[in-house]
Design a binder for this molecule. Sequence first.
Ligand SMILES: Nc1ncnc2c1ncn2[C@@H]1O[C@H](COP(=O)(O)OP(=O)(O)O)[C@@H](O)[C@H]1O
Ligand SMILES: [Mg+2]
Length: 349
Amino acid sequence: MTHKTAVAILFGGCSTEYEVSLQSAYSVISYLDQTKYEAHLIGITREGTWLYYQGDIDRIPEDTWSSSDCFPTIISPNRTEHGLYLMRGGEIELIHLDAVFPVLHGKNGEDGTVQGLCELAGIPIVGCGMESSVLGMNKHLAHTLVSLDGIEVPKSIHFKRVPTQAEQLSMTSGLTYPLYVKPVKAGSSFGITKVGNPSQLEEAIHTAFSHDDTVIVEESIPGFEVGCAVLGNENLIIGEVDEIELSDGFFDYTEKYTLKTSKIHMPARIDSQTADRIRETAGRIYRILSCKGLSRVDMFLTPDGRIVFNEVNTIPGFTSHSRYPNMLKGIGMTFEEIIDALIRLAVEG
Ligand SMILES: Nc1ncnc2c1ncn2[C@@H]1O[C@H](COP(=O)(O)OP(=O)(O)O)[C@@H](O)[C@H]1O
Ligand SMILES: [Mg+2]
């Protein structure tokens, strides 16, 4: 019998995007090639408890998984052990791991914390490592680095503590409304407000500060948002470009997961030269931020054809109908092939 690659799939997470992770992880687990991979499912509760899960996978998207069939587990930071400890029936078991696949979104999962733990443990991790995860999660740091390479980013300012009203007005006086006020580290549009005039600024800043300790305020970019799926370490596979068509407001949490008034066009309704420029820019951004494995690079395309960087999602939404796999399907990769390629990239380095 050939040796199967042992992969720990992490799901849930101590993050506002816990629910999103359950959906993503369900797809990843369902499409994992069982003949090649031995999956070890590790659920992380909203409170941050790590549990080895042995129940039915249908209970993951329903969020009933943690009520039974769970055992306390931890990834050992000890490089000579290269695995996880499982506490079952009074016994402690060590399970060897060939890779960890964090299907976690947002804080405590996509932000470099779990990546750092796995790097310390010497266990290959699927996707970006600690450094690029930290950079990708921090909109201010990512913008700063990307702009140093000559790629356009929205004009912005940031606050490291709650500003007084006078500070709010003086700091934002050089920016043209409407503005986006965002937590520097968040996702799924949590804590983001589009602000039409200065009277709405204070509330928006307080909302953003309730999600993070640093807040960025940036000018709104006209046009529309485009995304680009990138996969690879040295050699990059770059998918089709997609386009978000909004009819109202912005791509907030409800719109992202219901698409009530917005639409995603894959491929984007743009000419092929523009799509090539977007793909090329996405690849550059991926390398500037030292990404590995995968990332979805989001940009804006302005009416006069400029490409403006928005953000990198180092663990993008990963259900079988999510944007990242769809853009790769656009160039002929199936969901199974994407998962297989990502685990191989992690294990083979
Ligand atoms: N500078 C901007 N100009 C125009 N729209 C923006 C801008 N920043 C954010 N948005 C809108 O808000 C949405 C969420 O912002 P984003 O920075 O992508 O945060 P998240 O990490 O939560 O996805 C975007 O998809 C877009 O619709
Ligand atoms: Mg976004």
